[in-house]
Write a protein that binds this ligand. Structure first.
Ligand SMILES: Nc1ncnc2c1ncn2[C@@H]1O[C@H](COP(=O)(O)OP(=O)(O)OP(=O)(O)O)[C@@H](O)[C@H]1O
Ligand SMILES: [Mg+2]
Length: 351
């Protein structure tokens, strides 16, 4: 039996969510290998991985050229995780201000505060959230109540003991959280996730599931070494998503470009990974001044250098995104990853 895959394993291997696999199964049975029913569970031949991916690619193309209404209902937001090797390099500022720029560029944008230790997006945005993700699990709170109205129309999802604590939660708590996150993914176009720095496994699992990762670098050597360490760990765990760099607190374009190129060269030479630079942010005293006033930088000082730099990064990111409608959910992938891990831990404990 072992060479066959359960639906969860197939979902993990293809990156498709289980509901989508079931949907393709009913729509495209003729194009997929025979499956096997044992008891109440379905099992799939290993060839099903490639077959489902083919069906998915073709289905995506068709809905991309089809009518807008279908696209709106089924698409998922781009989930962009902002991370770094070292703390204090400017992730939270970048995440919030990027989301605001996306919003100004006409995208429905949310920022999710997933930094468990030091959740502070709401402080930077000057809002006092009523609920956090934890309330969603503990109560029957509707998802929309969780999204706080941020500056410039951006939605803010306060973390609390939130999404990255899911590794320790029960199956039903996870299902609730997942369905909430999927509603958000289906209603937003971009979700920027502010993560904690560093090497925590929880953070890495989330980074692997996100659609894209932005690594925030500074010219400081430890920031570069730690970012490299994080990337290496991700690569060893099978990272397959695009990684971008942003150089923060730069003192000149020349210096920022030097940092970005050196990092990309190391990643390519030693890890075989392409890290595309999507911009830099100058060191700018307006950043601290904005924080002191609990106002996001690009609301407090829209003409400051750093604000313009972040605007350019948002534009660059919108250019790099392909126009195809995203048919799978990053949060579903995250759940699949957690489930897969639990499965292998159980096997290891038995063995
Ligand atoms: N471009 C910049 N110019 C000047 N100061 C900056 C810049 N970007 C960030 N800072 C300052 O650096 C400090 C850290 O910023 P921020 O909190 O955004 O970093 P972080 O990576 O999220 O930190 P943590 O790892 O603690 O979550 C803050 O004091 C912020 O004002
Ligand atoms: Mg932070």
């Amino acid at each position: 039996m072992k060479q066959f895959l359960s639906i969860t394993e197939l979902a993990a291997a293809t990156g498709l969510e289980e509901s989508l696999i079931r949907f393709y199964e009913s729509e495209y049975a003729g194009q997929l290998p025979e499956k096997i029913l044992r008891g109440n569970s379905l099992f799939f031949h290993p060839q099903a991985i490639a077959a489902f991916q083919n069906v998915h690619a073709r289905h995506g193309e068709r809905s991309g050229s089809g009518d807008g209404a279908v696209v709106e209902r089924h698409g998922y937001a781009r989930v962009i995780a902002v991370s770094s090797g070292k703390g204090g390099v400017g992730k939270s500022n970048l995440a919030l201000n990027l989301a605001i720029e996306f919003q100004r560029l006409g995208k429905m944008a949310l920022v999710l505060d997933a930094d468990l230790g030091m959740a502070n997006i709401h402080l930077l945005a000057g809002i006092q959230p009523r609920y956090t993700l934890k309330d969603l699990i503990d109560t029957q709170l509707p998802v929309s109540d969780l999204i706080a109205d941020g500056p410039a129309g951006v939605g803010i999802i306060p973390g609390g003991a939130g999404i990255l604590a899911l590794a320790d939660s029960t199956a039903s708590e996870r299902r609730r959280m997942l369905s909430a996150m999927e509603v958000m993914e289906q209603n937003a176009q971009v979700i920027v996730v502010d993560t904690a720095a560093g090497m925590g496994v929880g953070v890495r699992d989330f980074l692997k599931a996100a659609d894209e990762i932005i690594l925030v670098l500074t010219q400081d050597l430890t920031s570069l070494a730690d970012a490299y360490g994080l990337l290496k760990a991700l690569q060893q765990e099978g990272l397959s998503r695009p990684v971008y760099s942003v150089v923060n607190m730069a003192i000149s374009l020349k210096q920022a470009a030097g940092v970005a190129v050196r990092f990309a060269n190391c990643a390519s030479q030693f890890l075989g990974l392409q890290v595309q630079n999507v911009g830099y942010v100058m060191r700018d005293s307006s950043v601290g001044a904005a924080t002191a006033r609990r106002t996001p930088l690009n609301v407090f000082a829209p003409n400051a250098k750093a604000s313009k730099n972040i605007h350019n990064i948002a534009v660059a990111l919108l250019r790099t995104g392909d126009e195809k409608i995203k048919m799978n959910s990053a949060f579903q992938r995250y759940m699949n990853l957690l489930k897969e891990k639990e499965g292998s831990e159980k096997v290891a404990m038995k063995g």
